[in-house]
Design a protein around this ligand. Structure first.
Ligand code: CDP
Length: 232
């Protein structure tokens, strides 16, 4: 029997996506990306000289990501400021984006990527990656390709694409598994794979196939948003 999702979506159906580039005039690059009620905005500044000067590295530039889940983005107000969770997510997003950047071409500099989650309904790190990837391209930073990301979930035994909060909180049977994945578009190079919960090795392949298909859809939307700003 086909899986019943609270939202009524099919197993491989993404939430409605909105993507826009160039939303913050003073940033070098900016973008918003939303999966349904999960909304991420990103501002990119740089590459610019890194200060304090002793932190500069003449052999490479530095990518510095800051992910922030804003206090009123969730129903239980979140304490403002950094947390272990935001530090971890900032780091994994950095690692997810670095493989598409030729960061060594920008010695002594820093590229700052500020990610704000304005509204959270799960899958915020992957929404942040999609927005950050567009914002880096908008900043004119040479990239091998865009990075596309989505979270695959497992509800009991069924795989679903683009996990929302109801699914994240699913408690029946084996419970919910959240499997966020990022990949370089049009390739089979994955740059982020995390797992919160359990997944049987034999269904990982199926989960990756679902992520690939979703990422193809996301990539088209990202490209369209970038083209729109170029045409303007
Ligand atoms: O957002 P993502 O799925 O990447 O990361 P998570 O740590 O698995 O968080 C899942 C969801 O829990 C978030 O998207 C929020 O909707 C919610 N959350 C929350 O309500 N309060 C927090 N302090 C942290 C997360």
């Amino acid at each position: 029997m086909a899986i019943k999702r609270v939202s009524g979506r099919k197993a491989d159906e993404l939430r409605p996506i909105k993507a826009e580039v160039g939303i913050i005039p003073n940033a070098d690059g900016s973008a918003m990306f939303s999966f349904g009620d999960t909304v991420a905005i990103v501002a990119v500044y740089g590459p610019r000289q890194l200060h304090p000067q002793h932190m500069q590295d003449p052999s490479t530039g530095i990518l510095r990501v800051n992910y922030d889940l804003l206090s009123f983005s969730v129903s239980d107000r979140k304490r403002p400021g950094p947390s272990r969770r935001s530090t971890e997510i900032s780091k994994v997003i950095e690692w997810a984006l670095l493989p598409v950047l030729n960061i060594k071409d920008f010695p002594n500099t820093v590229i700052d990527v500020q990610i704000y989650i304005l509204q959270a309904d799960a899958s915020t790190r992957v929404a942040g990656i999609n927005a950050a990837s567009m914002a880096l391209a908008h900043a004119g930073i040479p990239m091998k390709n865009l990075v596309c990301a989505v979270a695959i979930g497992k509800l009991d035994k069924d795989l679903v694409v683009d996990v929302d909060k109801d699914e994240e909180d699913f408690e029946k049977g084996e419970g919910a598994t959240d499997f966020p994945i990022a990949k370089i578009a049009n390739s089979d190079e994955y740059t982020l794979m995390q797992l919160d919960g359990k997944i049987q090795p034999e269904i990982v392949k199926k989960a990756l196939e679902m992520a690939d298909k979703a990422c193809d859809e996301i990539y088209e939307i990202q490209k369209k948003a970038l083209k729109e700003v170029v045409e303007k």
